[in-house]
Design a protein around this ligand. Structure first.
Ligand code: BV8
Ligand code: ZN
Length: 295
């Protein structure tokens, strides 16, 4: 495990495990680095999506209003990549925190409280949700209730008319996406509410309205902000995994926890200059460091 030199943060695994063992309200904030090991592009830094694509034209409500065809093809392409991807060892390490036997082994203090770890992910790839598939049914259901996809999910659509939301892993969402070359798809051929063989009914979920990706674009309010704000108030240990801490409000969560006397542990592959104030920093691919440190 490479040690850190740029900050006062510790990379001592046992010291972290001692803090973990006495923590009573643990939150994990995950970013694109969590899924990098699954072959999904991060957004910034080397090979980042926003280095080659302009978020202003692809990830804002205005962009979708102006050119839904371009935005839909951008998300369709990424959706196919996410469909082919699998959760990696870091997703599974976080999922194991939902298993009572694992959880109470590494954090005995949690037996006294009712706040099992919360996982807040900025990722839209649903890999953290899929990592729960291997858990016993009752444990999986409870864990799903403690997984907040604050920026939405690429497999969820929302109707711009009746607001019906639906999560589907079928592909492609419409036959217009069968061809791979980029083109200007007529709005009538983009994903519609009730599917392509829309029968003209006006029912909720079958109204024929234009669907949008149910993800949080820039300028939109992230999901679950009320619950997140409340849980951050009590958080005594925040794990920050694979995020550049660039995008707000998520980028401010660590400072909130620190201000209330909580501790912050960062798991990142790069230089921790942006992670000032962290109590622990574990440098390296999180698909290696998380399983090792959570033991
Ligand atoms: C909001 C979904 C108000 C879509 C995303 C002007 C106008 C409007 C808003 C703003 C504005 N100026 C600023 C803002 C606020 C804006 C913002 O923060 N902008 C930034 C750029 C300055 N935020 C918003 O608009 C948000 N909404 O503010 O509403 C509000 C808020 C609260 C309450 C009331 C009102 C909405 C933000 C959400 C935007 N949607 N994505 C899509 O994905 O297509 S943003 C996008 O960035 C993703 O969601 C992504 O998750 C997120 C953060 O990126 P990261 O996950 O951190 O990824 P990144 O590549 O940056 O970093 C990867 C990290 O992993 C690196 O540190 C790397 O070193 C590390 N790493 C890599 N590999 C590994 C690894 N670590 C470990 N292991 C590895 N193997
Ligand atoms: Zn509809």
């Amino acid at each position: 495990m490479p040690s850190t030199s740029q900050t006062a943060a510790s990379s001592d695994i046992q010291a972290f495990r001692d803090v973990l063992a006495s923590s009573k309200s643990i939150i994990t904030l995950a970013g694109a680095g969590l899924s990098a090991g699954s072959g999904i592009q991060t957004y910034r830094g080397g090979g980042g999506l926003w280095n080659t694509h302009d978020a202003d034209y692809l990830a804002t409500p205005q962009a979708f209003k102006e050119n839904p065809s371009r935005v839909w093809q951008f998300y369709h392409t990424r959706r196919e990549i996410c469909l082919q991807s699998q959760p990696n060892a870091a997703h599974h390490a976080l999922a194991s925190l939902s298993e009572p036997s694992t959880l109470f082994r590494i954090t005995p203090s949690l037996k006294e409280t009712s706040s099992p770890p919360l996982l807040i992910t900025q990722n839209i790839d649903s890999l953290s949700l899929r990592a729960l598939d291997g858990l016993p049914p009752a444990v999986k259901t409870a864990a799903e209730g403690r997984l907040l996809e604050m920026h939405g999910c690429i497999f969820s659509t929302r109707c711009t008319s009746c607001q019906h939301t639906q999560r589907t892993y079928s592909s492609p969402l419409c036959s217009a996406f069968l061809s791979t070359e980029e083109r200007d798809i007529p709005i009538s051929e983009l994903p519609r509410c009730g599917g392509e063989n829309w029968s003209g009914s006006n029912r909720y979920g079958k109204c024929g309205g234009l669907l949008r990706p149910d993800v949080v674009w820039f300028g939109e309010i992230p999901n679950h902000m009320g619950e997140i704000a409340q849980r951050l108030n009590w958080c005594d240990l925040l794990l920050v995994v694979g995020t550049s801490s660039t995008v707000y409000p998520a980028a401010g969560f660590a400072a909130t926890v620190k201000a209330r006397g909580g501790k912050v542990a960062v798991f990142d592959i790069e230089n921790p200059k942006d992670h000032v104030g962290a109590d622990f920093i574990f440098l390296g691919p999180c698909e290696e460091t998380l399983p090792e440190v959570l033991g």
